[in-house]
Design a protein around this ligand. Structure first.
Ligand code: MN
Length: 397
């Protein structure tokens, strides 16, 4: 597509008759409504060049797409068009926080982009609430953005109409199964998880009863789904946010305890990582990265509960992660670690030889650290690391 037709497509959207909105502007005075229209960007731009909205600050990646003189690819065009479409449909709607509603779909699209989602997923992130919250039909989505985006948006909308009020663990498992079956396309679940993560991040603006209900549902359904799909990033943050709202006292306590010993801990971890780094270099084992990683708060809490231990008794609250270049280097790095530090019996697990059901791979071991305290160490390749954090490719249906 050449520059002019690309631009015309964008502008064409801007001049499209706006669909009738269900509850837009109804709470505003005529003056506020006028102010909203005055602030509207994109459409009626005299220079015919796209402008950025002025009522919200867009993330730099999206600004880059929107301000590009011409979309660089069909993907870029789809992303720009989906944003503009959602922006106009949600115009005048506000979130409970008082922000323009569009801030939410923009955040969801950004999370999907960070997770490595394709352009159809990012577009679905922008559009995921339009069928539910405005009068736009799935047919319109298909006409504007194609069948794939329609399917994603429709899938997410269907899942939103699902009513979970699980009472037992078994019911929760049934819900998770139904959810997976209903979604058909795994990408629908990933969009839904990103939607839930942003809602959890902004949960403070809701009433306490609603906070409890949403946090419980997230713990029962969504965090386990993120785990099943192997998306560690989403799982950990969802779990910590649930923890914050469901057990606020324990959350604050552990947060305080973790913060208290930070300096101490970081110095200790630094010594360990330096020792490992030097030895790997001597032996020419390909190291990509060496991290001293703090564990997530809910993980520490669960361990205290399940092992009936006090905070100071549990295995170190930070772990060392060794990221190597090849699988072979993983096993060689393991021998280095076990040579430098005494391994603790029964703590070694080979998830490379025997991956977890969600395809997670790593070598796990615990050793006696420099001060005699146990220290957890994980060894994996960069590819394994990527799968552990972001999940597998989402294009498998
Ligand atoms: Mn949403």
């Amino acid at each position: 597509m050449d520059f002019l037709s690309a631009l015309l497509t964008i502008q064409g959207l801007a001049t499209m008759t706006p669909p009738i909105l269900t509850h837009t502007h109804s709470h505003l005075t005529p003056m506020q409504r006028q102010a909203m229209r005055d602030r509207a960007p994109i459409r009626d731009s005299p220079s015919n060049a796209p402008l950025l909205p002025t009522d919200i600050t867009l993330p730099p990646w999206l600004q880059d797409y929107l301000m590009a003189p011409a979309p660089e690819s069909n993907d870029a065009l789809l992303i720009c068009r989906a944003f503009n479409f959602a922006y106009q449909l949600h115009e005048g709607q506000l979130r409970k926080s008082g922000e323009p509603y569009i801030a939410h779909p923009v955040a969801v699209a950004g999370l999907l982009r960070d997770l490595g989602g394709d352009s159809a997923m990012i577009a679905a992130g922008f559009l995921h609430d339009v069928v539910e919250d405005t009068d736009v039909t799935p047919e319109t989505i298909e006409a504007e953005f194609g069948f794939e985006v329609r399917q994603l948006v429709e899938g997410v909308t269907k899942l939103s109409s699902f009513n979970f009020s699980s009472k037992t663990e078994r019911q929760a498992e049934n819900f998770r199964r139904m959810f997976l079956a209903m979604a058909q396309d795994i990408r629908v679940i990933v969009v839904k998880l990103a939607d839930r993560l942003h809602n959890m991040r902004t949960l403070e603006h809701l009433r306490p009863e609603k906070q409890q209900r949403i946090a419980q549902e997230t713990r029962d359904i969504f965090a386990p789904l993120a785990n099943r799909l192997g998306i560690g990033r989403l799982k950990w943050e969802l779990e910590d946010l649930c923890f914050k709202y469901l057990e606020p006292n324990a959350y604050r306590e552990i947060q305080g305890l973790v913060a208290e010993r930070r300096i101490d801990r970081e110095a200790r971890i630094e010594k360990v990582t330096e020792t490992i780094r030097e030895r790997l270099a001597e032996l020419g084992i390909g190291l990509v990265e060496l991290q001293g990683r703090p564990k997530h708060l809910y993980g520490i809490y669960k361990k205290m509960q399940s092992q009936h231990k006090a905070f100071h008794e549990i295995y170190d609250i930070a772990a060392v992660r060794v990221i190597t270049d090849t699988k072979d280097s993983c096993y060689r790095a393991l021998s280095v670690v076990h040579d430098l530090f005494r391994p603790i019996p029964g703590r070694f697990k080979d998830y490379i030889g025997l991956p977890k059901p969600n395809r997670y791979q790593s070598l796990h071991t615990s050793v006696v650290g420099l001060t005699g305290r146990p220290l957890e160490i994980q060894i994996r390749t960069l590819e394994m690391h990527h799968i552990a954090e972001y999940g597998n490719s989402y294009s498998i249906s």
